[in-house]
Every structure is written in C-alpha cells, then in structure tokens.
Write a protein that binds this ligand. Structure first.
Ligand code: 3PG
Ligand code: MG
Length: 388
C-alpha cells in the first residue's frame, strides 16, 4: 500500500510549512457558532511550532465566488484561532503574490502566518496549476489537514501536491483512522439521516447511501426537494429545483436496493409554529422542522438500528423553536450507548454541540460533504494525491 507522509516524516526545522486547514466555520452576524474546525487544527499547528517549523496557514471561508469580499475575510477567524493557539498570528491580506513574499521572507521559527481566503481567486476552485504553483512558491512543505474539503478538486488541495513535498496533518490522520474503524465494516442495520441546506453537493452523494442503508431519513432542504419531486406542495420552503430529477432517480434506486426513504409525515411551519400534516401545506407555509409524528417514527427506526450516520441538521436549528427536532434526535442517539453513531459537518456539529448531548457519539467528523463522499469510496480525491 502506498503510504502517505505524516508530519513526523518531515524535518521541519526552519521550514515554512504551508498548512491547508478548513477554517470554514459556521458564522452568524460575525459570531462564530462552533469552534470544532478551529480546535481540530491545533495539534498540527502545535506540532509544527514545536519542531521549529513556521506554519503558513491557508483556507477557504464561505463561497465568495472568486471575488474579494470582506464578508468572507479570514480576518474574522484570526482572533479565535490566535486565542486557541495561544500565539499571535501574522495576517496577510493576500494568499499569493508580493505581499506574501515580503512577509514570508522575514518570518522566523516561533511565528505563525495566516493568508487570506483562497476563494477570493476563481482559480482556486478551477484547480489551476498556475495558482497552485503561486501558492507553493515561498514554502518548503505542504500539509493537508483539511479532511472536510478534500472531496473538492481545488488548487490548494489537489494541484498543489505537484509542486511541493506533501503530506497529511494530524486531524486528517484522526479522521481516516476513526472513519475506517467504524464504517469500513459497519454493524448493520445502518440508517442514515441527511438534512441541511447545502443540497447541491449532498443530493448526489445520497445516491450512494441507498445501497448501504436500511433507512434513509431526510430532513431540511434535502427532504423538501424529495417532497417536491413527489408533487407535494412545500409552499415557500427551500429546495433545489435542479435536483428534482436526481431525487426521483434516487428513490427508484432505493427501492431496488430495499432501502426505505423516510420523508416527513408532518412538519413545523413558520406560521404560528404550527405542526401540520404534510398534505396540509399551502403556498404561504415555510417548513422549518420535522413534526411530532415524523420524529416518533424516526425515533423508533433509530432504536432498532446498530449504526447511525448523520449529516446535516433536520430543521432550521439556528433559530428556536426550530431546533427541537434536531435536538430530539441528538438526545435519543446520545442515549443509545450501544449504537455506533457518527455525525459529520460544520452545521451538524454546531447543532449537536449547542444541544450539549454528544458525549456518547462514537465520532464527530469535521467533514460534511467530505464525510458522505468518504462513505462511498473510503477515500477522498485530496487524500489520493498525497499517495506518491
Ligand atoms: C464544508 O463546509 O463542507 C467545507 O468547508 C467545504 O465547503 P464547500 O462545500 O463550500 O466546498
Ligand atoms: Mg459545511
């Protein structure tokens, strides 16, 4: 088997180590809602500092679509990261070019640098070689510690490995270890819960889940898209129009594979927080959480499972009382110590931690989309390119 280099395989002394992190933390009105991804980055950074290397941190933040946009500046994460690391961090408002060169030609061991959002350049998501080369120019080693972005073929994950000696960080190691441990030969029956609002990338990944699970439980925008595909009126609820066809295909595939797709029987809507049967939704309603009957049904399914995989909150958890459904499921899963339970994704972990009932979860993955992708292939494109 081809081995991936770890940090311990490199001599880091006086080396500038370009560290790809995922600092794409959930944020609301400039307030960071969950620090998991920041905390997950610390072991790698500390190790580099201990070995007298200089961490040069790169990350994306949100989806600024290739344009500079203050709303998506990594400066917003600087203070928290610096606090957790217990160190001052030099911020560079570019990620390539002369300003980076100027700062990096003056740094010494003991210092840490954070470069501005990679996605301010459209080349990043195009996996441009030139951009990758420019990124790597002033550093000696590249470490990918961004498991949760490694399903993306982007310059800072993929092409960069062509230009500079590369390896993986400690969070990446930890993710691979735990996901292998629990999910390579999972205890059956498996059920998957998929919710959240980022439907575009998720719906394709659900396609594979139906071959592995006994039940696929849907919530959030994902469920709305499936309901719409079955001609239910979902009023003003969020859904992904472009994914209706694939939602229909997935349901057919599920049937063939004897996987039961569980859609809401009832829901909580924005209007007076009413609990309504799904057939009673009209054009003015907005679905914001699963309803009581549905939650009871799901609780029953969970209680009879051996492995639960969860990606994406099932309601609008940021706003009370629409966090009730997500909290109820979290409490139930947390109380079942014998069930293997793996949850993944920035928002999912934020929701679970807010509810403080996570002690008995087997593993919380930093990856949302990446976690679902990993379930299909047991690897990620960004991990594969490190094997050389
Ligand atoms: C995530 O939040 O899932 C990762 O940071 C990847 O972000 P993306 O879906 O915008 O590529
Ligand atoms: Mg996410």
């Amino acid at each position: 088997m081809v081995k991936i280099k770890k940090i311990s395989d490199f001599n880091l002394h006086s080396k500038k180590v370009l560290v790809r992190l995922d600092l794409n933390v959930p944020i609301n009105n400039n307030k960071i809602l969950d620090n998991t991804r920041i905390k997950a980055s610390l072991p790698t950074l500390k190790e580099i500092i201990k070995k007298k290397g200089i961490p040069v941190i790169i990350s994306h933040f949100g989806r600024p679509n290739g344009k500079v946009n203050k709303k998506f500046s990594l400066k917003k994460i600087l203070k928290k990261l610096s606090k957790f690391l217990g160190k001052k961090i030099i911020f560079c408002n570019q990620c390539i070019g002369l300003e980076v060169k100027r700062i990096l030609s003056n740094v010494k061991p003991g210092q840490v640098v954070l470069l501005e959002n990679l996605r301010f350049h459209k080349e990043e998501v195009k996996n441009s070689s030139k951009f990758a080369k420019d990124l790597s120019k002033y550093c000696d080693i590249y470490i990918n510690d961004a498991f949760s972005v490694s399903h993306r073929k982007h310059s800072s994950i993929n092409k960069i490995t062509k230009f500079i000696p590369s390896g993986m960080g400690k969070n990446m190691e930890n993710e691979i270890h735990n996901l292998n441990k629990y999910l390579k030969k999972p205890k059956k029956p498996i059920i998957a819960i998929v919710g959240g609002s980022k439907m575009d990338s998720k719906i394709n990944l659900i396609n594979n889940l139906v071959t592995k699970c006994k039940y696929l439980i849907l919530g959030g925008g994902v469920a709305n898209t499936f309901l719409k595909s079955k001609n239910f009126d979902i009023g003003k609820s969020i859904y992904e129009k472009k994914k209706i066809k694939i939602a229909i295909k997935i349901q057919k595939k599920a049937k063939k594979n004897k996987c039961i797709v569980v859609l809401p029987l009832d829901v909580v809507v924005s209007e007076k927080n009413k609990n309504l049967d799904i057939s009673c939704i009209n054009k003015n309603h907005r679905i914001l959480d699963l309803g009581k009957k549905t939650l009871d049904m799901i609780s029953n399914i969970i209680s009879n499972s051996k492995t639960v995989i969860w990606s994406g909150p099932i309601g609008y958890f940021e706003k009370k009382p629409y966090d009730k459904g997500t909290n109820k499921l979290a409490n139930l899963i947390n109380s079942k110590k014998k069930i293997i339970s793996i949850a993944g994704g920035g928002d999912t972990i934020a929701a679970l931690k807010k509810n403080k009932k996570i002690k008995n979860f087997s593993f919380l993955s930093t990856g949302g989309g990446a976690f679902l992708y990993w379930l299909e292939k047991f690897t990620l494109p960004g991990i594969e390119v490190l094997k050389k």
